[in-house]
Design a protein around this ligand. Structure first.
Ligand code: UDP
Length: 366
């Protein structure tokens, strides 16, 4: 007899949705988490009354009404709309690429003029069938925007030349011929009031959670604690890197409390030239329209992941995807283990897609 039906490894968004749903269906669940807190990378730490996104800024957005409605059970969401600013040397631009950006870049005022400018630059580049991120970017917005707003930022974030990166990364970003600075095209968007940690807390309300527990140690002493395991950690680590290590990007955050009420006037400011060593500065209070006397900012420095660091972004290039496919075959042979989430499925996932994947998986299990 097993003590639990499910051992869920990782109290991030994927694991917490799974735990919530399986528990609701009457399954006995236990969640273990390596860190000393729940909520994975959406964890918020309170500083000066501000919810600080400790492992990077997260903005919930989705076009899937079912997922949006699902999330409302756990938190009320505010009306935050992400409208980042990009700074290139002394110049300041609106993101995503829209008429405000084009006006600032070229002085054009109409969509027709902007399109003509971009078309000319695409024609000059001679790119017909984009094969990598650089070619994809130039095909979308022309050379000027690529050089000033994409090239340096992308190279810093991924530590690779844009010609060595897959095109899909840049397809995440909308290009618009309207004066609309909303970063996302999705129907629904917002930040959970009270912060993400409270949201996850609400999901895990009825569930036994043990933090500060390393799965690989735990399994040695508890080999038969549950009928099935849901593993949301790193897929390659689960198999002891036996086929080699998958590559990840890590991020180092330099977080500072400043004795000023408003430092940069926006939650997200990207620094797109290669000379500035960080990719962006987040001013956390602006996600929730904070009026505190002080402010908290985080500079983000991107780096190659090494053992002992936090893995943030899977590097979904060809080489890593081939290795991932091999690990996936091994994973399929582990009949009692389900792999999921950003690390378990080695996927550059948005939060809504994580929730969707978890709900799909629960559907298959029940
Ligand atoms: N990107 C860019 N310039 C910017 C912002 C983004 O070139 O100012 C590119 C970059 O290649 C990045 C990708 O767009 O990796 C996706 O950016 P997003 O903001 O979606 O990344 P995330 O928020 O997931 O870190």
């Amino acid at each position: 007899m097993y003590e639990y039906d499910y051992l869920i490894v990782g109290a991030g968004l994927y694991g917490s949705v799974m735990a919530h749903e399986l528990n609701k269906a009457g399954k006995r669940c236990i969640v273990i988490e390596k860190r000393d807190h729940i909520a994975g990378n959406i964890y918020c730490e309170e500083m000066e009354g501000i919810h600080v996104h400790k492992y990077g800024a997260h903005i919930f957005h989705t076009s899937n009404q079912k997922i949006w409605d699902y999330m409302q059970q756990f938190a009320e969401f505010n009306q935050y709309i992400n409208s980042p600013i990009a700074i290139y040397k002394e110049e300041l631009y609106n993101l995503p690429f829209n008429m405000n950006t084009f006006h600032k870049m070229w002085g054009v005022r109409t969509p027709h003029e902007a399109k003509k400018m971009i078309q000319t630059q695409i024609a000059e580049s001679g790119i017909k069938d984009p094969q990598n991120l650089e070619e994809q970017a130039i095909s979308l917005v022309g050379k000027d925007i690529y050089e000033k707003l994409i090239k340096g930022y992308t190279q810093k974030q991924w530590g690779r030349e844009c010609t060595e990166l897959p095109a899909f990364i840049i397809k995440r970003l909308p290009v618009r011929f309207t004066y609309d600075n909303n970063y996302f095209n999705d129907r629904y968007q917002g930040i959970p009031m009270g912060g993400y940690t409270t949201l996850i807390q609400n999901m895990l309300d009825q569930i036994e959670v043990r933090t500060g527990v390393d799965f690989f140690e735990f399994k040695k002493t508890n080999p038969t604690i549950a009928r099935q395991t849901i593993f949301t950690g790193m897929l390659d680590q689960y198999f002891d890197y036996r086929l080699g290590a998958l590559e990840y990007r890590s991020v180092r955050f330099e977080t500072e409390v400043l004795d000023c009420e408003n430092y940069q006037g926006n939650a997200v400011v990207n620094y797109t030239d290669i000379e500035v060593p960080y990719t962006r500065i987040i001013e956390h209070k602006h996600f929730e329209y904070g009026t505190q006397e002080k402010t908290v900012i985080s500079r983000e420095y991107s780096s190659e992941w090494k053992k002992g660091m936090e893995p943030y972004y899977p590097v979904n290039d060809e080489k890593n995807m081939q290795l991932y496919e091999k690990y996936k075959k091994l994973a399929e042979q582990e009949k009692d283990v389900i792999f999921g989430g950003r690390l378990g499925s080695y996927k550059y996932y948005d939060m809504d897609k994580v929730v969707e994947a978890a709900l799909d998986q629960v559907g298959k299990l029940l």
